[in-house]
Design a protein around this ligand. Structure first.
Ligand SMILES: C[S@@+](CC[C@H](N)C(=O)[O-])C[C@H]1O[C@@H](n2cnc3c(N)ncnc32)[C@H](O)[C@@H]1O
Length: 207
């Protein structure tokens, strides 16, 4: 990802300019992620991180379902502040991290690393390599990595920013040195303005 498009200021500006329901990525209910997470049959103590979670509702639903070790990471402090405000007292049950994902380090390994529509903003090989190292180091041996990116039939940009498209095969190849794909699917997301965006969605386990 180039510095221009990667900056915290850029994302903060986006979060200052619009409300949650105006974002192209908005989902009133993040059903695809929730259904996949349900299938993993994780315990309520499972350590789950939503990388590039922004101020979306996945964390709300996971809290409601009883998950008690949730982390939301985002480059935008504005996004995190909005999510915290929305959750009120429940925000205290979540660990919040403002960081560029490629600078992230924690002395924790997660049972699930979830990333919907954040990884694909990494367009530079060096940044993708850093991301791969980070997920490799932060996911338990029997943990899971769930990644959703725009597919080869999806948009080439998001919020005016160039993204890297992945076919299901390309996504699997990107992670294959350290992760096996256990489920993959293309799925359509309809934006609030009615546009259809095709995603590549893969669940991986360390190999
Ligand atoms: C398209 S939104 C997706 C939000 C959410 N994951 C969803 O699916 O609704 C991308 C999010 O990733 C965050 N983001 C982009 N680049 C990032 C980076 N390098 N590190 C951490 N977060 C990043 C943005 O601030 C934004 O909240």
């Amino acid at each position: 990802m180039s510095e221009t498009f990667n900056s915290k200021g850029h994302w903060d500006g986006i979060y200052e300019a619009k409300q949650i329901g105006d974002f192209s990525w908005y989902q009133a209910v993040p059903s695809s992620s929730l259904e996949s997470i349900k299938e993993l049959k994780l315990s309520h103590d499972a350590k789950i991180i939503d990388a590039g979670g922004g101020d979306t509702y996945l964390v709300d639903y996971l809290l409601e379902q009883g998950y008690n070790s949730l982390t939301v990471l985002d480059i935008s402090s504005k996004a995190i502040a909005r999510a915290k405000e929305r959750l009120g007292k429940n925000a205290d049950k979540v660990e919040w991290v403002v960081s560029n994902v490629i600078d992230f380090h924690a002395d924790v390994q997660y049972d699930l690393w979830h990333d919907r529509a954040a990884f694909h903003f990494l367009t530079q090989p060096a940044d993708i390599k850093k991301y791969l190292e980070i997920v490799r180091n932060h996911i338990k041996k029997d943990g899971y990595l769930l990644i959703a990116t725009f597919s080869e039939n999806g948009p080439k940009k998001c919020s005016g920013i160039e993204i890297k498209q992945y076919s299901l095969t390309a996504l699997q190849q990107t992670f294959q040195a350290h992760f096996d794909c256990i489920r993959s699917e293309n799925m359509d997301h309809t934006t609030p303005s009615g546009a259809v965006q095709n995603f590549s969605f893969c669940v991986f386990q360390p190999n």
